[in-house]
Design a protein around this ligand. Structure first.
Ligand SMILES: C[S@@+](CC[C@H](N)C(=O)[O-])C[C@H]1O[C@@H](n2cnc3c(N)ncnc32)[C@H](O)[C@@H]1O
Length: 269
């Protein structure tokens, strides 16, 4: 098919199915172009938290190995940050199966995890099975408090200026990441508080520019210099202070390997 015929075919499809425009606007190249247009001066940096001494021993638990779960290394990152920076209060947007909350709970005093309620999820058309899986791993852990609501308008006043680490893992659209980032700033205990975003990469090497644009637009410019992609994970982190980092790169030759031992624990749902 020639390019002209493809163009006419594409236009005809758009007239018949206007929602297809989202496929173009969400195309990764379009999203990267939008990010670079807005933040031409930013050079993405990556940090390797697995070089920290605390990373010598890591036990990621629980881990479901089910669809849509975070990576083992994402939960390891949360654990590492909580241990290294002696996080007391951890707040997250996005509970789902409760895996991230359950992974940090042994290392902090208080975990607050916010998620849309079952009713809100139903109204959005979520299946009963998806809704039922929420909190599976976190509901019985005593230092985890489950909060229900939409991060867009949830009343944050009880948690203001009290959190050492905030994990943003709810709605990953640009608009929601920007809004959640802006709202979470008020929860920071102080200037040293840490922010972590999930899905800032589409795999461990490729940046996800829709999420990155939300992060950088949500943060005031003076905080941009402390934002890093986290090597071997899908996360980005706001980590104040000086840290060894390197330019984000694709197709790296590995300089380390991990070894995993798998153990199972079967429980009644
Ligand atoms: C990717 S999952 C979270 C996974 C979890 N952090 C983990 O790693 O185990 C995202 C969750 O965010 C919730 N969510 C999406 N939009 C939200 C919003 N606006 N407010 C609160 N929760 C939201 C969804 O219901 C879903 O359970």
């Amino acid at each position: 098919m020639s390019k002209v015929i493809k163009l006419l075919h594409g236009l005809w499809l758009l007239v018949r199915k206007p929602y297809l425009i989202n496929l173009i606007l969400k195309d990764e190249q379009e999203l990267e172009a939008a990010f670079l247009k807005r933040f031409a001066q930013i050079k993405l940096q990556q940090i390797d938290v697995f070089e920290w001494p605390e990373a010598q021993h890591l036990e990621v638990k629980p881990y479901s190995f089910l669809s849509g779960s975070s990576l083992v290394t994402d939960f390891a990152l949360l654990q590492l940050v909580c241990r290294k920076y002696q996080v007391q209060t951890y707040f997250e947007i996005g509970t789902w199966r409760g895996e991230s909350a359950a992974n940090v709970a042994p290392y902090v005093q208080n975990v607050y995890t916010l998620n849309l309620s079952a009713t809100q999820l139903q109204q959005l058309g979520a299946s009963d099975a998806y809704i039922a899986a929420h909190r599976t791993f976190s509901k019985k852990i005593t230092n985890i408090q489950h909060l229900e609501g939409d991060s867009a308008n949830f009343d944050l006043s009880p948690y203001l200026a009290s959190c050492d680490c905030i994990f943003i893992d709810g709605d990953h659209s640009y608009e929601a990441v920007k809004r959640d980032t802006q709202r979470m700033l008020s929860l920071r205990r102080d200037e040293q508080s840490i922010l972590i975003w999930h899905d800032a990469k589409s795999d461990t090497e490729y940046p996800r520019f829709e999420v990155l644009r939300g992060i950088y637009e949500g943060l005031p410019a003076h905080m941009h210099q402390h934002v890093y992609l986290v090597k071997h994970t899908l996360c980005a982190i706001y980590l104040p202070g000086g840290h060894t980092s390197q330019a984000q790169a694709l197709h790296e030759t590995p300089n380390k390997s991990f070894s995993l031992t798998l153990k199972q624990e079967v429980f009644q749902a």
